[in-house]
Design a protein around this ligand. Structure first.
Ligand code: C2O
Ligand code: CU
Ligand code: CU
Length: 469
């Protein structure tokens, strides 16, 4: 089994981030990591939940004293964490107070097409959209963001994104850190092109059109190089790569390892020991870091190995109140039998810049590209033919994502996936010249998107629609 890391270093030219001018990021004084609030559930019934979300425009100060226009949900940048339980009946009232249309898509949530918040579900300025759904999937760290045709990249970049947690009996009974903001922390990692006056503008250069927008500064939960005070014990970090395009390879200083316990769609069957983790745009991972060997006051750095950029620091600040023995078995994942698949469908990611496409086609709102029958199991064979100009340019990796469903990875170029990709996935990074086979059962009806999650590629048309009937 070739590990992802090995695969990257074997590619010759780095296939994931072609950085042309990594201008020195400005280093402002450190500030504490902002922790997004948990959104209040307005429904007192324990089996039901009602959430109110308002998309609004505002301003933020990424650099001290420098104000820039941003968008946020219920605030000036990013959004609150929506936390629901399995089997709960959920209503969300989404109000659009922006000057333009938007949508809210629940990335990773298994719901019907009309509740999925894709490009067909536009919310005009001043209007409210009120989807309701019953949560019917395992505990997971999902997220939400706009999905307006040709506008997703800009709206996410300006700040519209938030996390969506699902809990179930498995997550509630598991002896792992689960106190929000105490030993269980969200880390939303995004890059921005910050100009020296602190402005964040969505102006695409030709390079951005080709590779997706890659900024000069990385923010964690909206802050540059923040610090987080952690207990001297095990800490759970829920990582979301909320960047438009950048792929990170996260690692900790002192060669501090960690254990990955969950991927996009929920817990892995077993914890996987890691020294670093690659996440492409929209991918999530839950990891447990053990800080118990450090002295109080010691600092551990989170770094992106691709660029060498320091992202944030953990400061060991308090004695741990609890100790956790992470179980050797986390959950059961019923393997979907490939012989139960009714067919194999091919998706070829190809083209460059404005011509990026899937199967030779670019997104058209009035064209359904793939027709599926509800409850069918299918194998999707996704390949990346984007090996650059005759292979001369090293090619580009594309994160493939589909709505309303969670996949299992069968193989990467015929080889079994690495251990941390053996759970549920909704976003799968496909390397140049790679073919990845995934399998899923499509239990929800409606019209859904599949696309590259490099948002500039999605907006350029590297997206198609499948209808489940
Ligand atoms: Cu994260 Cu089509 O979306
Ligand atoms: Cu999605
Ligand atoms: Cu792409």
């Amino acid at each position: 089994v070739v590990s992802l890391t090995l695969f990257i270093s074997n590619m010759g030219m780095d296939p994931i981030n072609h950085t042309e001018n990594e201008s020195e990021a400005i280093t402002p004084s450190e500030k504490p990591l902002p922790i997004p609030p948990l959104l209040e559930d307005k429904n007192p019934n324990p089996d039901e939940a009602e959430f109110h979300l308002t998309a609004q425009s505002s301003t933020s100060e990424f650099l001290p004293g420098q104000v820039t226009d941003t968008l946020g949900y219920n605030g000036s940048y990013l959004g609150p964490v929506i936390r629901v339980k399995k089997n709960e009946k959920v209503t969300v009232k989404v109000k659009n107070e922006l000057a333009e249309a938007t949508t809210v898509h629940w990335h990773g949530l298994e719901v019907d097409g009309e509740r999925d918040g894709g490009p067909h579900t536009g919310i005009l300025p001043g209007e409210t959209w009120e989807p309701n759904f019953t949560i019917n999937q395992p505990a997971a760290t999902l997220w939400y963001h706009p999905h307006l045709l040709h506008k997703t990249g800009e709206q996410v970049y300006k700040g519209l994104a938030g996390l969506f947690y699902i809990d179930d009996e498995v997550s509630e009974n598991m002896p792992i850190p689960k106190e929000y903001g105490v030993n269980d922390f969200p880390l939303v990692i995004q890059d921005k092109n910050l100009s020296s006056n602190g402005k964040v503008e969505y102006d695409l250069s030709m390079h951005d059109v080709m590779m997706g927008l890659q900024g000069n500064t990385v923010l964690v939960n909206g802050a540059i190089n923040p610090y987080l005070e952690v207990p001297k014990g095990k800490v759970r970090l829920r990582l979301l790569n909320g960047s438009n395009a950048r792929i990170y390879q996260f690692s900790l200083s002192n060669s501090q390892g960690f254990v990955q316990i969950a991927s996009d769609g929920g817990f892995l069957e077993k914890p996987v020991e890691m020294s670093n983790i690659v996440l492409s745009s929209a991918e999530r991972a839950e990891i447990i870091v053990d800080f118990s060997d450090y002295q109080l006051g010691e600092r551990i750095t989170l770094t992106d190995q691709v660029t060498g950029a320091k992202l944030m620091e953990f400061v060991v600040s308090t004695e741990a109140k609890e100790t956790f023995n992470i179980p050797e078995k986390l959950t059961d994942i019923q393997k979907i039998d490939p012989s139960s698949a009714v067919r194999t469908r091919e998706f070829v990611m190809q083209g460059m810049g404005p011509n990026v496409n899937i199967n030779g086609k670019q997104m058209a709102m009035d064209r359904i590209d793939e027709h599926l029958n509800v409850h069918d199991t299918e194998i999707w064979e996704i390949s990346n033919e984007n090996s650059g100009m005759g292979g001369m340019m090293g090619g580009m990796a594309h994160p493939f994502h589909a709505h309303g469903v969670q996949f299992q990875i069968l193989d990467r170029n015929g080889n079994p996936p690495p251990a941390n990709e053996t759970g549920w996935k909704d976003t799968i990074l496909i390397y140049p010249d790679e073919t990845v086979r995934v399998i899923a059962t499509f239990n929800h009806k409606g019209i859904f998107m599949y696309h590259c999650h490099i948002l500039e590629h999605e907006d350029a048309g590297m997206m198609g629609q499948f209808e489940v009937k």
